[in-house]
Design a protein around this ligand. Sequence first.
Ligand code: GH3
Ligand code: MG
Ligand code: MG
Ligand code: MG
Length: 319
Amino acid sequence: MTDPMAQPLRILVVDDDESVRGSLAYHLDRLGHQVIEASGAAWALELFERHRPHLVLSDIVMPDQDGYWLARQLRALEARLGGWTPIIFLSSLTEATNVADGIAAGGDDYLTKPVHPLVLEAKLYSMQRLGVMQQRLQALTLELQRANAELRQQASHDALTGLLNRRGFNHQLQEAMALCRSAGKPLTVMLCDVDHFKQYNDALGHQAGDDCLRTIGHMLRQLARRPLDAVARYGGEEFALVLPDTPRSGARTLANAISRVFASTALPHPDSPTAPHVTLSGGFALCEPGDERSADDLLREADEALYAAKARGRNCFIG
Ligand code: GH3
Ligand code: MG
Ligand code: MG
Ligand code: MG
């Protein structure tokens, strides 16, 4: 990897005095840097946007706009575009207030003319070092943001099926209920549980059980595919669906479609007393406009309906 501190810099030199620019350009060129010259602040601003220099060396007293103005413009530009370019003032003004004003305007350092080439070199080095640190910080921030997004995803999703987990589902349910209430739409909550799944594992092995759960998740996702529908793995072999803008008739249609697809896709279940293939039992609860029950109330009702479906002999939906 190339040493970031050894990189040649593109430096914008701003001074109304041509001889000052010439002398600075001479020293900077000897240090291997590339120089862009501007004789005034407004012109410097244009050149800055065009060339995006790594560093700005600016005079303060110039006809028209001064160096403070330029620094303020550059900082305002960066506030919009992002990034940070070091600004070093190089002025014959020597009062403490000049230094203070320069820093307040957005300058990072302040040197007085004439500047010794060694001092100039050292100051460039120090700014370059700050720039490298800033880049590392940016890279770290990006990495942190990515890790955070990954953690958020993991906190709300199930690793096996990629569906929402219980926590993600509960959050989604609250949001969907609020949305449907304000829009005056019905909403259905559905809980499904795989029938005789213990026997499935016992007959085919836990790995096959995992594969089966993944397939079931995919099938449910395919069946409940309206944009606001959410499918979750609610527990071990239990799935939950929230179906906004879905009345009882819509929930029944979906329940029938689930049973039909499971029968026709025929995931073989050698040991099921119910059917030769994997089946689901389900229960659902409806939240009509004006119904003030909580999400927990709905889930409890759906769970009771699921229990009733199991009691009725499985492979059916009640709600
Ligand atoms: P029922 O029809 O009454 O629901 O019977 P069941 O056997 O499906 O229900 P039970 O609650 O007795 O057993 C659930 C089974 O689901 C047992 C458990 O090992 C299995 N299971 C739960 N989570 C997973 C998982 O992540 N992977 C696999 N392979 N099996 C799981
Ligand atoms: Mg001047
Ligand atoms: Mg279960
Ligand atoms: Mg089960």
